[in-house]
Design a protein around this ligand. Structure first.
Ligand SMILES: *[C@@H]1O[C@H](CO)[C@@H](O)[C@H](O)[C@H]1NC(C)=O
Length: 168
């Protein structure tokens, strides 16, 4: 009983102390994925079933404080492949954030991160369709690997964003 009281006293004085020094917020803050986003290796991912062009998909991600997804490891890719929780307009492939539209053969991620890991399908990227394939789709072919595709095709997409600070 005595121990309990002491604990409460300690907690109270800690709270007073933290309020006085403005520490209250930091005390209870965590980094979490917003509702509707799935945490994968410290970042938040979201599958967007709506069929959009690559640029529309990126703009849609931006409106949710994200970008089209970058992928940094095979383990992360596998988790992203199974992200779809809702059954909706089924489409096997989806846009992710890779593009070489600025200069052919130089691939960038939409979120600005450096592209080290890649998972291209055999023979890809091949810049087919008269050199007009500058956007990256995932889950392509039987191997479900990456392919460069014509950017104005409309398919689902995957967004990524940082975790947000949640205080409370
Ligand atoms: C990738 O393909 C698998 C198998 O067809 C499918 O179940 C999964 O939903 C696909 N993922 C995406 C993001 O399209």
């Amino acid at each position: 009983m005595m121990g309990m009281q002491r604990l409460l006293l300690l907690l109270c004085s800690l709270m007073l102390l933290s309020t006085a020094s403005g520490l209250t917020l930091r005390f209870h803050c965590r980094r979490v994925c917003p509702r509707g986003w799935t945490p994968i290796f410290g970042r938040c991912f979201k599958y967007v079933p709506t069929h959009l062009t690559w640029a529309q998909a990126e703009r849609n991600c931006l409106s949710m404080h994200g970008n089209l997804a970058s992928v940094h490891s095979l383990a992360e890719y596998h988790r992203i492949q199974w992200l779809i929780l809702r059954c909706s307009h089924y489409s096997r492939t989806a846009w992710i954030g890779g593009f070489d539209a600025v200069q052919e053969g130089l691939w960038f991620w939409a979120d600005g991160s450096f592209m080290r890991f890649t998972n291209w399908c055999p023979g890809e990227p091949n810049n087919a369709y008269f050199g007009r394939q500058h956007c990256m789709q995932m889950n392509y072919s039987g191997r479900r690997c990456w392919d460069d595709h014509v950017c104005n095709v409309r398919i689902p997409s995957v967004c990524v964003r940082k975790r947000s600070r949640f205080c409370g």
